[in-house]
Design a protein around this ligand. Structure first.
Ligand SMILES: [Zn+2]
Length: 115
């Protein structure tokens, strides 16, 4: 089954997130899958006690990105407490990050962006 353009973009972001996590705790430079205009940043938001939460990956230039499904934080991964992220944490995740719709995504209504 062929993936829609939005699914392909989402998959590219998941690959980028996987690449960053595979290198952790080393830093790795992963180019923005959406526009190749910046570097992929990753942060983990969740419960510091259980270390369960989700990842946000975004481009430091266009601020496009994704959030992962439920995940556990590896040892040494800084955790943004859920409460803090709801209130916004501009020092880590920019307030204007545009999260791509998750896979599977059956419509392309949200696909078009103008830059
Ligand atoms: Zn970008």
């Amino acid at each position: 089954m062929e993936m829609t353009p939005s699914q392909q973009r989402w998959e590219a972001w998941m690959t980028a997130l996987t690449d960053v996590l595979a290198a952790f705790p080393a830093d790795v430079t992963v180019t923005c899958p959406s526009h190749a205009d910046g570097t992929v940043q990753v942060a983990f938001t969740g419960d510091p006690a259980s270390r369960i939460g989700y990842y946000t990956a975004w481009c430091d230039t266009c601020h496009e990105g994704i959030s992962s499904g439920r995940a556990g934080a590896p040892e040494g991964m800084p955790i943004i407490a859920l409460r803090d992220s709801i209130e916004g944490d501009p020092d880590i995740i920019p307030d204007d990050v545009r999260l791509l719709p998750p896979d599977p995504y059956l419509g392309d209504d949200a696909e078009e962006h103008t830059f």
